[in-house]
Design a protein around this ligand. Structure first.
Ligand code: IMO
Ligand code: MG
Length: 416
């Protein structure tokens, strides 16, 4: 395995958590290299469902180490809550959670700014998760950010936050209740900082020693290709690179150390938040996918928009990331379909020269299989038409499918 990466190949929510959970069985270390608490990775083990936002999904395996890399927008308050939830499940994070001192910190001020910018943007709002991600990365690039290493000096940090609060007050008119909430949020922030400081570690040296020892590392991407700040549907994107190129800079390794890059695709498409979505289905089929697939955002509980698989964007995702294998998730959600469409290309050009909002998809129609795939454990257990659907996707994307997921449970996976 050495270093294997898992990358979301659509608009996020592809089921990366489930694939990371499967692969983490053989991993010694699972790392995050970008994003923050805007991610929502759901893992179901037995009757218990866990939603993780910052801690990599590997934490549910008792001996796996987990690392939050320098490329992240790190939220101490969110992390403290997540640690408590994991401890309630009888697992400990002590000794196996490692946070980079170079990661940028999301403060309560970033969350206020995020919500304020969204509310003030009206129809131009991005539909962010309001987790402070955009404002935190804005500070990073503007060279005014706070990094994890700065959290060790509480006095200096308080001075910085007082002056940042004054600046924010000049920009926005905060109502009295919000002012009071900010005071209590800042105290909660300092409390959480105390809880997470013991986990700060020299993550660069740790990763390199794992690599030297030939141990297995899994890099867990968050969001997806179409939410990438450079390559996605800008400005309806997140605030960092979500694609494979960021693995190296988000962790502090050379690109040559990445052995495998698995692109995770849902067998149809979904998107939360605003922005163009060429294959969106605003009809009964879209509603069926939404209901049957329980398509609600794991972070914000918003209804996800649903549509057909878009191989025009899929091929683009393959190019940008250099996927070495694919994982196709939620095949079972298509079980009841009479027919299934795949967008093979756009009639009027190619993204990104073509504006996605103008894209006119051309569809290939395949017959549905109308049979349950939930209990399939091998490819040959699948109905022939389900195999035909997967084969068509593989032919269009020109990358081998390595995993097919047919349900939320750990056992519901076909490894090829
Ligand atoms: P996972 O890791 C789906 C979307 C938001 C919004 C845009 C910008 O679970 O796949 P942000 O808060 O990042 O500034 O919001 O990006 N978004 C996601 N959509 N899955 C995610 O993460 C997402 N993280 C952000 O809905 O459209
Ligand atoms: Mg998600």
């Amino acid at each position: 395995m050495a270093l294997t990466a898992i990358i979301g190949a659509q608009w996020g929510d592809e089921g990366k958590g489930k694939i990371v959970d499967t692969l983490s069985e053989a991993a010694d270390l699972v790392v995050r290299f970008q994003g923050g608490a805007n991610a929502g990775h759901t893992i179901k083990i037995g009757d218990e469902e866990t939603i993780l936002h910052q801690i990599p999904s590997g934490i549910l395996r008792p001996t796996t180490h987990c690392l939050l890399g320098n490329g992240m927008a790190f939220d101490p308050v969110g992390l403290k809550n997540e640690i408590e939830e994991i401890e309630r499940k009888g697992l400990t994070v002590n000794g196996r959670l490692h946070i980079s001192p170079l990661a940028h910190v999301v403060t309560p001020l970033h969350k206020i700014k995020d919500a304020y910018q969204e509310d003030a943007s009206g129809v131009k709002a991005i539909g962010t998760t309001k987790r402070g991600i955009g404002p935190c990365y804005t500070d990073k690039i503007g060279r005014t950010g706070i990094r994890v290493r700065d959290l060790f000096n509480e006095n200096d940090l308080r001075v910085t936050l007082v002056s940042k609060t004054a600046l924010l007050r000049r920009k926005i008119d905060m109502p009295e209740v919000e002012e009071q909430k900010l005071v209590s949020d800042l105290e909660l922030f300092f409390d959480s900082v105390q809880r997470i400081l013991p986990f700060v570690d020299n993550t660069i040296f740790r990763i390199h020693s794992y690599i030297k020892e030939g141990r297995n590392i899994l890099a867990e991407g968050a969001q997806g290709v179409m939410l990438d700040i450079d390559f996605g549907s800008y400005p309806y994107v997140t605030a960092c690179n979500t694609t494979a190129g960021n693995i190296a800079t988000g962790l502090g390794i050379g690109p040559r150390l990445i052995d495998q890059i698995i692109g995770v695709f849902k067998c149809y498409s979904t998107r939360v938040g605003a922005g163009p979505f060429p294959t969106e289905l605003n009809d009964a089929i879209g509603d069926h996918l939404q209901t049957r697939g329980s398509e609600f955002g794991a972070t914000t509980r918003r209804r996800r928009r649903c549509g057909w698989f878009d191989a025009a964007l899929g091929k683009y995702a393959v190019m940008i990331n250099g996927f070495t294998g694919l994982a196709m998730t939620k095949l079972d959600i298509l079980d009841e379909m009479e027919e299934i469409k795949i967008c093979t290309h756009y009639e009027n050009g190619e993204f990104p020269l073509l504006d996605l909002k103008d894209a006119r998809p051309v569809y290939l129609t395949l017959p549905g299989w109308r049979e349950s795939t939930a209990e399939a454990r091998r490819l040959t257990d699948l109905p022939p038409r389900a195999r035909q659907y997967l084969q068509t996707l593989e032919d269009l994307l020109e990358v081998k499918i390595s995993y097919v997921s047919t349900g939320k449970e750990r056992r519901q996976i076909i490894c090829l």
